[in-house]
Write a protein that binds this ligand. Structure first.
Ligand code: FES
Length: 111
């Protein structure tokens, strides 16, 4: 079972920017990657550090604390020290609204 959760207006996320939102108290990072909206867990899989303090670097996001990069599409950890991927969540845009597809219940996060 999945649920569809509107989280932000597309207008609030121009290309090349990111935005942290919360769903049920869980941080989720939205990234506008050249016009494609990606969503992933908002906290690094290495230690507790919020990824909106990091940088978009090409097709990846770089955590600002220890500089691990994560693939924006798959969440894969591309450099140490992080080993676990970021959980990524499917997104769509409906009537100008960014909508996340999330499982019912607890939102999966790798930590
Ligand atoms: S907390 Fe992100 S790489 Fe260490």
């Amino acid at each position: 079972m999945v649920r569809h959760v509107p989280v932000a207006r597309l207008d609030d996320l121009p290309p090349g920017t990111m935005l942290m939102v919360q769903v049920d108290g869980t941080n989720i990072l939205l990234v506008n990657h050249d016009g494609t909206i990606r969503a992933m867990q908002g906290v690094c899989s290495h230690e507790y550090f919020e990824l909106d303090k990091g940088f978009i670097t090409g097709d990846s996001i770089t955590c600002a604390l220890h500089l691990s990069r994560f693939d924006l599409l798959t969440g894969e950890a591309l450099d140490p020290p992080a080993e676990l991927p970021l959980q990524v969540y499917p997104t769509s845009v409906v009537d100008g609204e960014i909508v996340l597809e999330l499982p019912e219940g607890a939102i999966p996060v790798n930590e």
